[in-house]
Design a protein around this ligand. Structure first.
Ligand SMILES: *Cc1c(COP(=O)(O)O)cnc(C)c1O
Length: 370
């Protein structure tokens, strides 16, 4: 074995190790004083829309607000039901709750995304929108979901926060629904130095409404068209985004090749099951997750060996204390619950070396051979 003895989860110090040119750009930017809705933000929005293959992009202050503003702009409000995945990150549910709507969960399948065959039975006459989550960098089956949404006349707001450049048959996440929300949080695949988010859409009317909503509903300095929020993407973060965005494809590709490297080695271990890898989908591995026998002991063994493995997540959202008002019960979403006992996440980011990947693989092998 190599001399590696730990594999960290956060790669941020490496990602921003060489930033002399970026610091110069920030210095120039500060001289302009163009701090809110400034020129670098417009540039970032144009670059992001182009990268995704959408017409418009609207910078907002987080991925959570991206989902919230998307729902709000599409007319979802108090008491409305919004269908989403049972095993998402809390922010999806937080966004729905913030506008007074009620999250209605649907179980996932082994791709960690919403099992689309269960959506129709969750629709009631209160349902006003669907928020599929492209969890871990997989894609929800949008080819099956969109006809259901059309049949019931429901808008679709994609939670693409973990899915930058994930795609189905070459069509990117965020471009399938009415709009798609992305997070630029430091731990997301395309990140800035703070909270940040961005929404994409092809619908000009929706774009205009989102631009109003993120800026207090102000048409201009003196006129307020609607009531909105203070949810602008900071222009200084757009300077960071403009610096990093040319690397987005490489970041995705490196994660994809790291995942392939893990898959090829780990599939030989009989106690490990690799989730399905549909060939018509591009998975961008925000998280690299496999199913493992003896998961709790494997996790402990990895942590003891210095590998920052994780569980996404050990407790499903609907069983969390903070969501008890929704009155869900244990056993209601069997796949999500089964996953909580079997899944393990290994670091898969673009800054890992082959030695680090080998170290993870060897530690997992050692564990099952002991
Ligand atoms: C990160 C994330 C969000 C929220 O993004 P923030 O920028 O942190 O607000 C929403 N949904 C999912 C699935 C996420 O992973």
């Amino acid at each position: 074995m190599t001399n590696i003895n730990k594999v960290r989860y956060s790669y941020l110090p490496q990602q921003f190790a060489e930033i002399d040119d970026l610091l110069l750009q920030i210095k120039d930017f500060v001289k302009t004083g163009d701090f809110t809705l400034g020129a670098p933000l417009k540039e970032f929005e144009e670059k992001f829309a182009k990268l995704m293959g959408s017409k418009y992009a609207i910078g907002v202050n987080s991925g959570t607000d991206g989902i919230k503003l998307g729902l709000k702009a599409l007319g979802v409000g108090y008491g409305d039901e919004v269908i989403t995945a049972a095993n998402t990150f809390i922010a999806t549910v937080g966004a729905i709750n913030e506008i007074g709507a009620v999250p209605v969960f649907v179980d996932c399948d082994d791709t960690f995304c919403m099992d689309v065959s269960l959506v129709e039975s969750a629709i009631t006459n209160k349902t006003k929108a669907i928020v599929p989550v492209h969890f871990t960098g997989y894609m929800t089956d949008m080819e099956k979901l969109l006809p259901i949404a059309t049949k019931y006349n429901l808008p679709v707001i994609e939670d693409a926060c973990q899915g930058i450049l994930a795609a189905i048959n070459g069509k990117n996440s965020g471009t399938w629904g009415n709009c798609g929300a992305f997070s630029l949080h430091p731990l997301k695949n395309l990140n800035v130095w703070s909270d940040g988010g961005i929404i994409i859409t092809d619908d000009l009317k929706l774009c205009e409404k989102l631009r109003l909503l993120r800026n207090h509903g102000m048409k201009n300095r003196d006129e307020i068209s609607i009531l909105g929020y203070n949810s602008r993407l900071d222009t200084i973060q757009a300077v960071v985004g403009n610096w990093l965005i040319p690397q987005t494809e490489d970041i995705a590709n490196k994660r994809i090749s790291n995942a392939k490297y893990y898959d090829d080695a780990l599939e030989k271990i009989k106690q490990i099951t690799i989730p399905p890898r549909p060939t018509h989908m591009k998975l961008v591995y925000h998280l690299y997750i496999v199913f493992a026998e003896n998961r709790d002991e494997l996790l402990k063994y990895c942590l003891d060996k210095g590998i920052e493995a994780k569980i996404h997540y050990p407790i499903p959202l609907y069983l969390q204390e903070g969501l008890s008002f929704l009155n869900y019960r244990k056993g209601q979403f069997p796949v999500t619950e089964k996953h909580t006992e079997e899944i393990i996440t290994f670091p898969v980011d673009q800054h890992l070396s082959v030695e680090e990947l080998d170290y993870v693989i060897n530690v997992v092998k050692d564990f099952y051979e002991k």
